[in-house]
Design a protein. Structure first.
Length: 445
């Protein structure tokens, strides 16, 4: 019955194509990982324009005028969604407010798209002018991945996030009343979420006080806007859940989560974005990983970054930094906590913090985050679902994209190897199709 139904769907799509002359393309014979969490199957995927209009075998009589793309022996998955990035501040090896231009933002959005990322959420580092660029991106007049934004984040006077890293327009209320006024001002720009920093950066800065972040969360909810928190400590996570936080934008990394917190997060629908890569990148380059010399990594790097992370000076500085040992421990704790929260029913979405500094490479980091999620104990299929469907759900675009289902966007990656056997093989990209059009081929990696 299912095959017959799929055949009717394709028949209808092809018949409509004959009448409208809208191009139909049939991708034949790939193993399809559709992002829903369902088992992969060998299937045909039929697209018309920028939409998926059929799955399943196609009657030969209905192929008149259709383009056939033979993808037998290959693998298809949806393009990914990164719900924790930063745009425009990074150029070369430095981050600075002066880099924040439309051209730089667009250049980075194009890189994300080229690497199989269809949408990104910039969390708190944008400037006011970025809202117009976000709107242009969503309308299609700014190239690259679709841009979602928290706009100006909420930090602490003299504290996180550091002004010297380009966060010079972050709102830094010192009282609950100031916090509420800042929220009311910011929601006029229609941010997709709000972002708060609740961390002391290993004791270097003062933390945001609970009465301030509680006021931000409450006022945001009055305006039907969700709030994402930069978090590190378990105690802060507990306080934020009690205050009504919607999204954790990082892992809890100082201690293992307990059953009570896991249950509270699951019950309240808090989304967990582990950003495992940020802790690993803090020490990863010292071990000269195999991917360091692969084109998939080197072509994604900003100018000068590859030379920097290979330099004896950089490697020595990381090895001698007392924080490096803390980062290693944090990474291990983050792996444990992701698995505990995922198994406890907490919704997980994929984020990388790529673009916040030079060592978190935009485009590559998303594929590396999949590797880290699998290292935490998720299966490759679960990790891919987190990075596709779940990210789309967080952004509220899952009715349009995030999975390879009939009626949704034809935005997908064609792979030369099976990522369900080895998750690193999401890097073996044969082609990227964005909204039905080929964007990038393996010859360019």
């Amino acid at each position: 019955m299912r095959s017959a139904l799929l055949g009717l769907i394709v028949l209808s799509a092809c018949a409509h194509n004959h009448k409208t002359n809208t191009p139909v393309t049939i991708f034949r014979g790939a193993v399809i990982i559709d992002g829903t969490g369902a088992d992969a199957v060998v299937d045909d995927l039929v697209i018309r324009g920028d939409r998926i209009v059929g799955r399943g075998e196609v009657d030969k009589a209905m192929l008149d005028g259709a383009t056939i793309v033979d993808v037998s022996g290959k693998f298809m998955m949806p393009m990914m969604v990164d719900v924790h990035t930063h745009l425009g501040l990074l150029a070369g090896t430095t981050t600075a407010a002066a880099h924040y231009t439309r051209d730089n933002v667009e250049r980075q959005l194009v890189r994300f798209r080229d690497y199989g990322v269809q949408a990104v959420l910039a969390l708190g580092s944008d400037r006011v002018e970025g809202f117009a660029w976000r709107d242009a991106s969503r309308e299609g007049s700014l190239a690259g991945a679709r841009f979602y934004s928290a706009g100006l984040g909420f930090g602490v006077p003299g504290g996180m996030p550091p002004i010297e890293m380009g966060f010079d327009q972050v709102l830094r209320p010192s009282t609950p009343d100031e916090a509420r006024a800042d929220v009311r001002k910011l929601v006029g720009y229609r941010p997709d979420v709000l972002k708060i920093w609740v961390d002391d950066f290993w004791g270097k800065y003062a933390k945001m006080r609970p009465e301030v972040f509680t006021a931000i969360i409450d006022e945001a909810h009055r305006h039907h806007v969700r709030v994402a928190a930069h978090v590190y400590h378990l105690d802060d996570a507990r306080a934020l859940v009690a205050a009504g936080i919607d999204i954790f934008a990082h892992s809890i990394r100082d201690a293992k989560v307990d059953a009570e917190l896991v249950a509270a997060m699951a019950a309240r629908g808090v989304v967990y974005v582990p950003t495992l890569s940020i802790d690993e990148f803090a020490f990863a380059y010292t071990s000269s990983p195999a991917w360091l010399n692969e084109l998939f990594f080197t072509n994604a790097c900003e100018p000068g970054v590859l030379e920097m992370v290979k330099s004896p000076e950089y490697l020595e500085r990381v090895r001698n930094n007392p924080v490096t040992a803390t980062e290693r421990d944090a990474y291990s704790t983050a792996l444990h906590n992701l698995k505990a929260l995922y198994d406890g029913g907490v919704t997980v979405a994929m984020g990388t913090d790529a673009g916040a500094n030079a060592i978190r490479v935009q485009g590559f980091s998303e594929h590396h985050e999949l590797v880290n999620m699998v290292a935490a104990g998720l299966s490759p299929l679960e990790a891919i679902t987190v990075a596709t469907r779940n990210g789309a759900k967080l952004l509220g675009i899952d009715n349009d994209t995030g999975t390879l289902e009939v009626g949704k966007q034809a935005s997908f990656i064609v792979l030369r190897a099976n990522p369900l056997v080895q998750i690193e093989d999401t890097r073996r990209i044969d082609a990227v199709y964005y909204r039905g059009r080929i964007d990038r081929t393996s010859a360019r990696y």
